[in-house]
Design a protein around this ligand. Structure first.
Ligand SMILES: C[S@@+](CC[C@H](N)C(=O)[O-])C[C@H]1O[C@@H](n2cnc3c(N)ncnc32)[C@H](O)[C@@H]1O
Length: 240
């Protein structure tokens, strides 16, 4: 997959690209990330990319002509163009699984007061990472790129993300590592038993319990098996 990021601040991505799993994914050829400076597409002598809002008001608005020039120069019929905006669809793990199927994603980062409204006609979708407002789209672009890249083949081991929270509709079960006893807080015996069937049952039950306690609304869309239903009944009794 290729991810192109259109931004006014390409240097913000240096750390993101040069560390940990993302760095290794790029080195292994799992993905390619290109940061494109929107300023390069300004025709003005001083490379202005924005202007004051028509009708008055605070802040500066990214200009449609500059942004569309940048988009046209860096996209083709295979590109899926995403605008980062707090007004977009709320991002989710489900969306990350959808986006990993594209060959090329182009992420448009706003800054200042945001975009000239007409720019919205030139993107395929608008995504928000939550109901709060950041100074720019760079952190949201990193967040969604990271979530997509870790789902690509050979980025990490498949089993590392298949039990992740939200991947199967539940929060992830509790995880432990050594020491087995920390100040009297012990790792549950079943996880040390070597009994894979019992471990799987424990994990399913505790994933259901966590979801029931922390994010019960997720259970509304969860597809319960017969066994899951019985486990949830047990949990509800235990939690009373
Ligand atoms: C200060 S914000 C502009 C917000 C805009 N005035 C509004 O109220 O919709 C500047 C840029 O940061 C990015 N941004 C801020 N919050 C975001 C969020 N929750 N999700 C995605 N992008 C966001 C967008 O690219 C946005 O254009």
């Amino acid at each position: 997959m290729k991810i192109k990021i259109l931004t006014l601040f390409p240097d913000m991505f240096k750390g993101f690209i040069n560390e940990s799993i993302i760095k290794r994914a790029i080195e292994k050829g799992v993905c390619e990330i290109e940061c494109i400076d929107i300023r390069d597409y300004s025709l003005e002598k001083h490379h202005h990319v924005d202007d004051t809002p028509c009708g008055g008001g605070a802040g500066m608005i990214l200009a449609v002509d500059v942004v569309v020039r940048a988009l046209r120069a860096n996209t083709n019929s295979n590109s899926h163009i995403i605008m980062m905006t707090p007004q977009g669809e709320r991002y989710s793990q489900k969306k990350a699984y959808t986006l990993r199927e594209y060959d090329e994603i182009v992420i448009l980062c706003g800054h200042y007061e945001g975009f000239d409204e007409r720019i919205r006609s030139f993107v395929d979708e608008e995504i928000s990472i939550g109901d709060f407002v950041l100074t720019g789209g760079e952190i949201p672009a990193m967040a969604i790129s990271d979530s997509i890249i870790r789902l690509l083949d050979n980025a990490i081991k498949e089993e590392s993300h298949e039990d992740d929270s939200f991947s199967n509709g539940l929060l992830e079960y509790p995880q432990y590592t050594r020491p087995i006893d920390f100040e009297g807080m012990k790792v549950p015996d079943v996880l040390l038993s070597g009994n894979h069937k019992e471990i799987a049952k424990y994990r399913k039950k505790e994933a259901l319990r966590k979801t029931y306690k922390k994010r019960p609304e997720l259970l509304d869309n969860y597809e319960f098996s017969k066994e899951d239903k019985l486990l949830l009944e047990e949990i509800i009794k235990e939690e009373k």
